[in-house]
Design a protein around this ligand. Sequence first.
Ligand code: ATP
Ligand code: MG
Length: 341
Amino acid sequence: MEAVRDYVLEVQDLRTYFNLPEGTLKAVDGVDINIAPRQTVGVIGESGSGKSVTAQSILQIVPPPGAIQSGRIFLRGSNGSRVDLCQLNPHSREIRAIRGAEISMVFQEPMTSLSPVHTIGAQIAEAIQLHVTRDKRKVKRIALDMINRVGISNPKQRFDEYPHQLSGGMRQRAMIAMALSCSPSLLIADEPTTALDVTVQAQILELMKELQNEFGMAIMYITHDLGVIAEIADEVNVMYLGRVVERASTVELFKNPLHPYTQRLLKSIPRLGGRGRGRLDAIRGNVPVPMNPPPQCGFASRCDDFIAGKCDAAVPSLVDMGNQHFVRCYLHSEASEPIYA
Ligand SMILES: Nc1ncnc2c1ncn2[C@@H]1O[C@H](COP(=O)(O)OP(=O)(O)OP(=O)(O)O)[C@@H](O)[C@H]1O
Ligand SMILES: [Mg+2]
């Protein structure tokens, strides 16, 4: 068993489904993820593996017809309270206070969280006003400081500019400033650098690490890019078809990948530092859509080590291989005790 730690976030057996006319799409199908204070937990997986829906579930913003079917999501608030977010009404004042003040989110496309009709300054100030202080002078001071901290030059001038007046990299910085302006205990970053060129991407990662040191927040970092994971994450969760199939410290995962899927991901890195590094679509076959999925290993149809009668007969459990290394695969499950069904 994992040692009991004082986690910021505990996601337990989360299941989030989309009930569509064609059937039930099991976007997230039994996910467990714990995040400790100041820890950066990476989530990696191909397109459609359920990374964003996991993030949306944590924030209670899953779009209909999606809904959380079961599971618990405990958040340790800055006041020490431990709240199950799934028990809160998604429209309640409580969850709205948590979004922004305790958990902030940055997305791939800044324009999904920045309004085009308000200035950068007004938007950052609004977040501070809502969650930190109503004192107008203090609000402006904190906002200007944040704009400066994220490396946007001429903060005073930028304060009065609109998002479209900024470059992509600068907009991304503005969104990070907004997300961090109320010192959240958890930042969820969903592919925040994917659309940016490699240099700007490296700058943003550096910045996030710096701000993490300064503000002490935990980060859940979602990405396709193994290079980015190696750069930023302490621990990695590899997702496939709505499930975590492997979890280990970043060093351990790169050194000793156990799941055939993870092994293939690592082999798909063409050369470090090169363009297109870590592109996950280099793996044979497409990710199936988890529509009415049969009770079997999700990777069965693409796996070179597939064992008939076993891998297609039940869903393997996530088992502890020791050294905080977990894997969900029948090639490894004989030896160890399952920890999660
Ligand atoms: N609003 C929605 N309506 C219906 N199905 C959805 C919706 N959002 C996500 N899905 C489905 O849920 C599954 C998981 O999607 P999700 O967006 O979480 O993947 P992802 O891992 O974030 O992928 P990407 O890397 O492309 O961002 C996919 O099969 C997707 O088609
Ligand atoms: Mg996504």
